[in-house]
Design a protein around this ligand. Structure first.
Ligand code: SAH
Ligand code: SF4
Length: 394
C-alpha cells in the first residue's frame, strides 16, 4: 500500500473495547454475503411470494449495503408484519471487531473474530487522495512464502463471502461512513475508497467467495466501488488468473519478488508449480481479458537476495510488453524473520533502473508498522503467541 505524508501523527491508541455485535443466532440465515440470486431464493424459501421476491430482495439489498442497516425493524419501506417475518428467519450479521488498534500514522488495524472463534486482520490505510482497506480472504494461508508472516500460520479455513464483505462493512461502521438519509455515497469523498485483497490468505484459493464478495462491493446499488478501485493480489495461482479477469474484472497485483525461478522457488514456493514463464503468459493476457490498464508487480526488497542491479534489469526484460507498475516494498520485519530489508540506497538505485526503462516504480512507505499492520506482518494474534516461527526456507 502506497504511502503519503498525509496522516497526522496521532498517539498510538489501543482500543480494547469490543464493539457490540449480535452473536450468531441459531437457525437464522445470515443475509450478508448472499448474491442477489441467493438472497431472492432465500426469501422464497422463507415464504415470500415468488412474484414479489425480486423486488423485496432489491429493497433488502439497499438497506443492507447502501444504508448499512442491520435491523429489519428499521426497514421502513417494508410492511411491519413482513419485517417481523424476516426477523424470524434471517439475520444481518457482520464479523465482530475483537480489537482495534490505531497507528501513529493513522492506520487502523482490526482484529476480526469470525464464527468458530477464528481471527483475521483487516487494515485501513488513510492517504491524502484515498482510503484503502486491506482485507483478508483466508484464516492463515496454505502457501509458505518464506518472507511472509501469514505464511507461518497454517490454513485454518476459507472465509465466507459474508466474512469478506463483512470486513468492508465493519470498517464502514468504524469510520462512520454509511450515508446520511438522502445522500448518495457517490457524491462524497469517501473515507473507504479502495479495497486491496492483500491481507491474510491467497484470494485465488478461495475464488468463489472472493468473487461473490467483490460483486457485492462493486454493485451499483450497494457499496458502489468501481472495479478499478479493487485490487486482488495473488502469489501466482496461474489457472485462476483468466477467471479473475472474466468473473471479477478487478485490478490485479502479483507477488513477483524474484527474477529467476531459482530464487522465486525459495521466496514464493508456488513458483515450483507455476514458474515465472507460465505466470507471465497469464499476466500478459489479463489486461485485455479484464479491460484493465495495467498489472501491479509487487516486489519485496530483501537485502542481498533479490535486490541487485542485475535483478532490476532482468525484471525489465521479463515484463517487457506487459502494461505494468512495479511496487517496491521494503521488507517488513516480523519476529524471527529470516531476511533483512534492503538498504534505502539500494532500493532507490533499483527503482531508478526500472523507472529509466519507462515503468512507474514507487517505493512503498510501510504503514502501521508500530501496530504490526504493514504488508506481510499480519497474523492472528492468538496464533502469534502460540506458534513460533517454523524453520525458514531461505
Ligand atoms: N496471498 C496474496 C495476498 C496477500 S500478501 C499474495 O501473496 O499476493 C500481500 C503482499 O504483501 C504480497 O505482495 C506479499 O508478497 C507481501 N508481503 C508478504 N510479506 C511481506 C513482508 N514481510 N514485507 C513486505 N511485504 C510482504
Ligand atoms: Fe500466503 Fe501471500 Fe503470504 Fe505467500 S505472501 S504466504 S501467498 S499470504
Amino acid at each position: 500500500m502506497t504511502a503519503a505524508a498525509s496522516a497526522p501523527a496521532t498517539p498510538i491508541t489501543q482500543d480494547l473495547l469490543t464493539l457490540p455485535r449480535k452473536p450468531a443466532a441459531e437457525g437464522l440465515v445470515n443475509l450478508v454475503g448472499l448474491t442477489r440470486d441467493a438472497l431472492r431464493a432465500a426469501l422464497i424459501d422463507a415464504g415470500t411470494p415468488e412474484k414479489q421476491a425480486r423486488m423485496r430482495a432489491n429493497q433488502l439489498w439497499q438497506w443492507i449495503y447502501q444504508k448499512g442497516v442491520r435491523d429489519f425493524a428499521d426497514m421502513t419501506n417494508l410492511a411491519k408484519p413482513y419485517r417481523a417475518e424476516l426477523s424470524e428467519a434471517f439475520e444481518i450479521r457482520v464479523p465482530e471487531v475483537a480489537r482495534r488498534e490505531v497507528s501513529a500514522d493513522g492506520t487502523r488495524k482490526y482484529l476480526v473474530r469470525i464464527d468458530g472463534g477464528h481471527e483475521v486482520e483487516t487494515v485501513y490505510i488513510p492517504e491524502a487522495d484515498r482510503g484503502t482497506l486491506c482485507i483478508s480472504s483466508q484464516v492463515g494461508c496454505t502457501l509458505t512464502c518464506s518472507f511472509c508472516h501469514t505464511g507461518t500460520q497454517r490454513l485454518v479455513r476459507n472465509l465466507t463471502p459474508g466474512e469478506i464483505i463483512g470486513q468492508v462493512m465493519l470498517a464502514r461502521d468504524d469510520l462512520g461512513e454509511w450515508p446520511a438519509p438522502g445522500r448518495n455515497p457517490k457524491d462524497e469523498t469517501r473515507l473507504l475508497s479502495n479495497i486491496v485483497l492483500m491481507g491474510m490468505g491467497e484470494p485465488l484459493y478461495n475464488f468463489e467467495a472472493v468473487r461473490d464478495a467483490m460483486k457485492i462491493a462493486m454493485d451499483p446499488e450497494g457499496i458502489q466501488l468501481s472495479r478499478r478501485r479493487i485490487t486482488l493480489s495473488t502469489s501466482g495461482v496461474v489457472p485462476e488468473i483468466a477467471r479473475t479477469a472474466e468473473e471479477i474484472g478487478c485490478m490485479l497485483a502479483v507477488s513477483f519478488h524474484a527474477t529467476t525461478d531459482e530464487v522465486r522457488d525459495k521466496l514464493v514456493p508456488i513458483n515450483k508449480r507455476w514458474p515465472i514463464a507460465d505466470l507471465l503468459d497469464a499476466l500478459r493476457a489479463y489486461p485485455k481479458l479484464s479491460n484493465s490498464e495495467r498489472i501491479t508487480f509487487e516486489y519485496v526488497m530483501l537485502k542481498d537476495v533479490n535486490d541487485s542491479d542485475a535483478d532490476a534489469r532482468r525484471l525489465i526484460d521479463l515484463i517487457r510488453g506487459i502494461p505494468a507498475k512495479i511496487n517496491l516494498i521494503p521488507f517488513n520485519e516480523w519476529p524471527g524473520a529470516p531476511y533483512q530489508r534492503s538498504d534505502q540506497v539500494r532500493i532507490k538505485r533499483f527503482a531508478d533502473i526500472i523507472y529509466k526503462a519507462g515503468y512507474a516504480a514507487p517505493i512503498r512507505t510501510p504503514r502501521g508498522e508500530d501496530i504490526m499492520a504493514a504488508c506481510g506482518q499480519l497474523k492472528s494474534d492468538s496464533e502469534r503467541a502460540r506458534n513460533p516461527r517454523r524453520a525458514a526456507a531461505k
